[in-house]
Ligand binder design. Structure first.
Ligand SMILES: [Zn+2]
Length: 134
């Protein structure tokens, strides 16, 4: 880790109350996600029950694909939230996993699952973007 990472102004680091606020926010997101996950599973089973007409099956199938894709995205978010809560427990929350710089409270309030500072995130997205077709 570069020595410079210890020289950030103290107000860049999270205070205890800021950390508590983010912790609460993450737990709320976790609960909301688990609730909507249950709802999505329920909706998917509802869809299956109503597929009476053969003509509707294609539509029903694509709806189910959509539900599964949503669930996949939610699963990924769930993993991120759990990881964030874990790093809070370990006292490592709010630090960029790439360069070790503190992630600002403002950024974390907008995106509590952020694992990188804005500079590293931007760089990572640019690298990622090169291999993408759309
Ligand atoms: Zn960084």
């Amino acid at each position: 880790m570069p020595a410079a990472s210890t020289n950030f102004p103290p107000d860049e680091y999270l205070s205890e109350s800021e950390l508590a606020e983010l912790h609460e926010m993450l737990q709320k997101q976790l609960h909301d996600l688990l609730d909507s996950g249950r709802q999505a599973v329920h909706d998917a089973s509802q869809v299956r029950e109503v597929e009476a007409d053969e003509l509707d099956i294609a539509i029903t199938e694509s709806n189910r694909d959509f539900a599964l894709r949503m669930a996949d995205r939610e699963r990924r978010l769930l993993k991120k939230i759990r990881h964030a809560l874990e790093t809070i427990n370990q006292g490592e929350y709010g630090t960029c996993e790439s360069c070790g710089a503190p992630i600002t409270f403002k950024r974390l309030m907008a995106r509590p699952v952020a694992r990188m500072c804005i500079d590293c995130k931007t760089e990572a997205e640019q690298l990622e973007g090169r291999g993408r077709f759309f």
